[in-house]
Write a new protein. Sequence first.
Lengths: 517, 212, 267
Amino acid sequence: MSKRPVRPSNAHDADRLTPAPPPGRFLDSPTFPKQSKVELGNAVQRRNLYDAMRTIRTKRVGVTSEADDWEDLRLAGEAIKNRTLRHLDRYLLQLEESLTAAGSTVHWARDAEEANAIIVGLVNAALATPQGDQASAREVVKVKSMATQEIDMNEALEEAGIAAWETDLAELIVQLGHDRPSHILVPAIHRNRSEVRQIFLDEMGRYGRPAPDDLDSEPVNLAAAARLHLREKFLRAKVAISGANFAVAETGTLVVVESEGNGRMCLTLADTLISVVGIEKVIPSVADLEVFLQLLPRSSTAERMNPYTSFWTGPTDGDGPQATHVVLIDNGRTKVLADPVGRDALRCIRCSACINICPVYEKVGGHAYGSVYPGPIGAVLTPQLRGVASAVDASVPYASTLCGACVDVCPVRIPLPDLLVHMRHKVVEAKAHGRPHADDVAMRVTGKVLGSPGVWAATTKAISGTGAVLKKGRVDHFGPLPWPLSLWTNARDVPAPPNESFRAWYARTHHKDGSPR
Amino acid sequence: MTSARDEILARIRASLADVPADDETDVPWAYGQPRRTDDLLDLFEERVRDYGATVQRVTGHLGATVVEALLAHGVTSVVLPAGLDPAVVDAIAQAGIVIRGDTPALSRATLDETDAVVTTCAVAGAVTGTIVLDHGPGQGRRALSLVPDVHVCLVAADQVVSDVPEMVARMVPATRAGRPITWISGGSATSDIELSRVEGVHGPRTLHVLLV
Amino acid sequence: MASTPAQRGAGPATTADVGARITVALFATCANDVMFPQAPMATTRLLERLGCRVVFPTKQTCCGQPLVNTGYYDQSVPIVRNFAETFGGYDYIVAPSGSCVGAIRHQHAMLADYAKDPGLRRDVDAVTSRTFDISEFLVDVLEVTDVGAYFPHVVTFHPTCHSLRVTHVGDKPNRLLAAVGGITVRELTDADRCCGFGGTFALKNPDISVAMASDKARHVADTGAEYLVAGDNLCLLNISGVLNRQKAGIKPIHLVEVLASTAADHE
């Protein structure tokens, strides 16, 4: 059973410019354990994720082991990001100065609301500029950008009567599918080819050039349908909106790393370009790009290099947009920075390697995390950006077995398992002010038992005593048991405890000095 | 009322109260170093080919080779940026392929109706099979090497360096001068549907590199 | 290639003095103490066979990991303090658990700092640097890989996450296993993928945990092994919980129990 029907209800679409996303705010999402149960039941998604994540992991090992200085690159990436973050004010001021000198206009936004207001204002102003005698369409084309997703910009533009068109193939699939992204790099990875075909056939015609009637589900033909559908939007684009992978303080250069060329179309063909950039994206110098342009493609798409990378430094005469704006957003980042442990997460370059290797993500996909950032990085970043007050944000730090696979693949060496534990502690601290929960009582009792050698020794006797009784009853394993034991035993047997603890055996077989009896 | 800028900067300074002003993180990295490789040109060819692009060493007349490449892709019209080798331009003209100049700038629609573009490049890297354009003479504005479906790119052998550090180092002056830079590694591609790689989405679906 | 007992059986006699005069403080771990005493028993027998004196400080409880990893720092500080006090006087502290040793080495210092207790931090640093997983102690301290073991069975080995990525035991367990007489070790697909245990994760997210354990159980079953070997009993509990429910007939066994087995056990 899939919770996301391929053909969703379009009831609200009549009075909208773009396909309606699923209702509700991320903050109100069900907890991770609750939503992940639903996601686990989606067999198509599970199969897609299992195959896709395995493929990309294997490829990543290939291209990272090819670079013989890979570990040095990771150390350099970590150091450059730390160097910048530890004096972020200085580098942002330098960036502002360079951007301005290069002819870009810099805007600052404390939060999502402020960022969206700035963007709506800029788009309205750009579209009001007369373009010959033809009225401009009330629309913008978008480069794939996590920052614009984080601030829910598309919906803010929709409310302002502006259609924001996603142009990355996967984002287009998500948008036309009335869906949410489930991965930061391949947002439609939960969909298979026949679902994509159906979405294109049903929806493309409502918003532009329809898909060909004879469209089959071959990825090459699906990509060709997207090419044709989007080309008319690119060719008439007045305003484009992008993010940036890097912002260079030295020169005011912004960098976008992409594959399909949709980014280049937006960055090049529009008259006005608005780039929404998190304040943590700044790096000191152009030369630093040599480190990140090696780390990012190999960690993310697991290629030696992605097809296209664009640098732009303000507008260029006779080439591309003649007005370039940069909106620098905080939206919780300074809160992350304030935590000397948690701030390591701001090094993230959004490559997705931690997501791709996470065995928990592989089972449930991105929708269970209640955020645009899923997987290990999402589980440490979202609760820092948004706080742990909501049920979903208090649950995601626990969405990990702490297996540590992520820490070895992170190109900027973010200690993700340590940060997950750190965020769990924040959740416990926040709970300490509320009503005690069953888990809480259990952990506090456990603490008392294990914190006192005498109590623990007595406990070992009690457990062995239970074991002895069970042994008399010839019980050596348990099958299904009632709640809360059912949490373990629904699908897993558990052995009965033995009737003699180790400490009892040792005392019986050894003298106090350690010599065997 | 405090501006957003001042408030964000103040928040940052408050957040970093634990960091001493003279703290500087060392970056343990030697910048701009060449990477050891065997034959640069062989490796470059191999790596460009890995992306599904065509790469060919020019041994005979350059103009004739460019024409062969264009005809092989069924090209009937081509945009040629200013500053391209006149011998190449002549050869294309003589082959009967429609040549469009970009002065004054072609409209988006005309560019979209043009089959191909021929450009030079600024630098190329062997390990990643990358060509880099700084949109100087012979390369044209960015849209020229983007909108037409076939991109024939002329790479001089002495433009090929080992890897990303050397490419970035060579592009530092142009970047500081405010020029746009475009890195191209194979044709446009996507793996967005079931991670199945499709070559050719919005950018040129065909990249044909001629190593001169 | 498996070797015969005749080739390997001489092990105990020739290795009896490798541990001579070394006193080892055994950290049994809380779970092993009450649920899986075979592992610390095997550790004791093996180390004594190698010439060590094995003492069991009775004040020991736990490494604190169940509490730390759930976010209960305040409740784990007394456990950390107790560990440092109990084991402070020993040169070698050995545990049959890559995960517990990892927690001690990786988290105790952080918790001492959290408690703002420099004295505890000093004690913790001293004791954690002397704490070893049994596989490390054998290979790095006693410098032995052939411990004279004999185990004539087909096995497969699951390298547990924390032993690999926190404790960094590397291939030491594999080298120890390869030197066991009579053994056949079958390669496990996706060996380094997590089994889904994750401490309280197994209870907070039981369905995901079981889905992960089922993948692991399937790969284990595909090897055709009689025994699943690992260096952490709670990971074994998770995987064998599924294997047992599926009546797969594959027995879980701790690495140190294999290493403690001798030809005499199989006569």
